[in-house]
Design a protein around this ligand. Structure first.
Ligand code: SIN
Length: 280
């Protein structure tokens, strides 16, 4: 489905990929000089569609970074390979030697006390087949829960950490040191989006450890159930990358999953991540 729709926008085109999540945006060139009115329209499109896509952004790394800065301060990720010329740019590279990828549903850096507002990912090397990214609307995932589950998770908090993901590659000593710097984060299981006011599920398989105040078995069972919501095709859109395609997603509204189905081919993407605020 990709029918262009009428919008109030004056300087960008918006072509939805599904009824509630994902839209391709035209008329934008990423960089430092995006006009304020266009930044506002992009921000609104992000709120409306949760993930927006741009094609053919053959721009410099500085332009990528400058584009990100229109939307907030950028983080420097402490655990990923980052570009040496621009440490705000995370480099995700996989090839025939890679053993695992980002093929688990997650929202970026929920192990931080103030997790990411959004991420802007640009494709550098795209495999001839495979390597799509899937996005799930976590408002829809929440709305579809049975009332009994909604009641159970209302007001609940979950603990998030890097320990069960990035931490697995660390020595015990490194883990302890990083935990001092990045202590376990306590976030609501149901997050209210600070701009739209919508409620969305905010636990994810990569970084959530347990739900506070529950027996560990009960917490693990409930979390497994909640994680499965992201795998519902009706809540998703799926993006087929081309070189210099860009996806800009709202980590407060969705989760994403990078299909790891393209080996022995190479896939290389670069991401800037906009710092967000404390979830409530
Ligand atoms: C990520 O998890 O931020 C990377 C997504 C992707 O490589 O498509």
């Amino acid at each position: 489905m990709s029918a262009a729709i009428e919008t109030d926008c004056t300087s960008i085109s918006v072509t939805p990929l599904s009824p509630t999540i994902g839209a391709e945006i035209g008329g934008v060139r990423m960089g430092a000089n995006v006009p304020a009115q266009q930044v506002q329209e992009i921000r609104q499109a992000l709120l409306d569609w949760k993930v927006i896509f741009f094609r053919d952004q053959d721009v410099s790394v500085s332009d990528h970074v400058a584009f990100g800065r229109h939307f907030g301060e950028l983080e420097i990720h402490p655990f990923t390979p980052n570009r040496t010329d621009h440490p705000e740019v995370v480099v995700i590279h996989h090839d025939e030697n890679s053993k695992f990828g980002e093929n688990h549903w997650h929202s970026d850096v929920t192990w931080r006390l103030e997790p990411s507002l959004g991420s802007i990912l640009r494709a550098r090397v795209v495999p001839p087949v495979g390597g799509d990214t899937l996005f799930c609307d976590m408002f829809a995932a929440y709305d579809a829960l049975p009332d009994m589950i909604k009641e159970k998770i209302e007001g609940a908090f979950a603990i998030h950490s890097f320990e069960q993901s990035f931490g697995l590659a660390m020595t015990e000593e490194q883990r302890v040191k990083f935990l001092e710097q990045y202590p376990r984060a306590r976030h609501p299981v149901v997050r209210t989006h600070p701009e739209s006011g919508r409620k969305g599920l905010y636990v994810n398989a990569a970084f959530t450890l347990y739900i506070e105040g529950m027996e560990r078995d009960e917490s693990a069972k409930l979390l497994r159930y909640l994680y499965r919501q992201a795998a519902t095709p009706e809540f998703q859109c799926r993006f087929r990358w081309q070189k210099n395609s860009v996806a800009f997603w709202d980590n407060r509204a969705l989760q994403h999953y990078a299909a790891f189905d393209y080996l022995p081919h190479t896939r290389r993407v670069e991401r800037v991540t906009i710092i967000g605020d404390r979830p409530y």
